[in-house]
Write a protein that binds this ligand. Structure first.
Ligand code: UGY
Ligand code: MN
Length: 249
């Protein structure tokens, strides 16, 4: 038997009330109006109990276009693989692997790609901060962002992709752990997470369960879901994650 083939009728996917682990073996695509040859996998959404959505987008050979209309949603797009081309108003923005683009509410966003492009988009209704305007369009590349030791640990580096600015109500970060490095505590916090394992492997604690996780896995952590991670194996483990920030409960 191919060791990557799950046992007949089995999956690593678990959907619990306060967390979910979504393994790649069970993905089913969604079709959306006005999308041209772009396939969406809605990994996390309000339907699971989350306050945001996490969407994986892929394209066929010949390319295609995903589209998010001008409304109250903001979007953070991250290029997991290949190159994407983002368009809004009169702008076209080329995005190689590792590039990110934050677009505030009231932006008509089109995301073009080809058969090599893999995107993750975090989407949520923007919560304005009284006295402040909306957050600005923001872009960059994670490869240009310096990783900072997390709570002083050189073996657990955190890259914060979006500015520290009260206009933003979301953070999107990349955490990279050397094998054996851990989150230093079992965190329990009001913030919610959506997470994509980018590379490597390890064990994620979610509430009282411990899950082996590997590149391609997606995790949802509801507010107050106790969480902890240890990287294991021969290479560093890296994950991209979303978090709601900067707003009083
Ligand atoms: O930002 C965070 O809350 C982060 N330390 N959580 C996590 O990696 N599960
Ligand atoms: Mn956390």
């Amino acid at each position: 038997m191919n060791p990557t083939t799950p046992l007949f009728g089995h999956t690593r996917t678990v959907v619990a009330s306060r967390h979910a682990l979504i393994a790649p073996d069970g993905h089913v695509p969604s079709a959306f109006p006005e999308w041209l040859d772009a396939t969406a996998y809605v990994m996390i959404s309000p339907a699971i109990g989350a306050d945001f959505s996490q969407i994986r987008i892929v394209y066929p050979s010949g390319g295609g276009e995903a589209m998010f209309p001008r409304d109250e949603h903001e979007h953070m797009t991250y290029v997991v693989a290949g190159t994407a081309w983002a368009e809004w108003d009169d702008n076209t923005h080329e995005m190689p692997t590792g590039a990110f683009l934050f677009t505030p509410p009231s932006t008509h966003l089109r995301l073009r790609g080809n058969e090599f492009t893999v995107l993750t988009v975090f989407r949520k209704i923007h919560e304005p901060q009284p006295g402040f305007g909306p957050p600005p369009i923001t872009f960059g590349n994670a490869n240009d962002v310096q990783g900072e030791p997390f709570l002083g640990n050189e073996k657990a580096l955190l890259k914060v992709l979006l500015p520290t600015d009260p206009r933003f109500d979301m953070a999107v970060n990349i955490f990279t752990y050397q094998p054996g490095a851990t989150l230093p505590l079992v965190e329990t916090h009001i913030m919610e997470h959506g997470l994509l394992m980018l590379s490597g492997q390890g064990v994620y604690r979610l509430e009282n369960a411990y899950y082996p996780v590997t590149a391609g896995d997606v995790i949802w952590m509801a507010p107050y879901c106790p969480q902890w991670f240890v990287a294991m194996g021969d290479e560093p483990a890296s994950y991209l994650y979303y978090k709601d920030i900067n707003r009083l409960p």
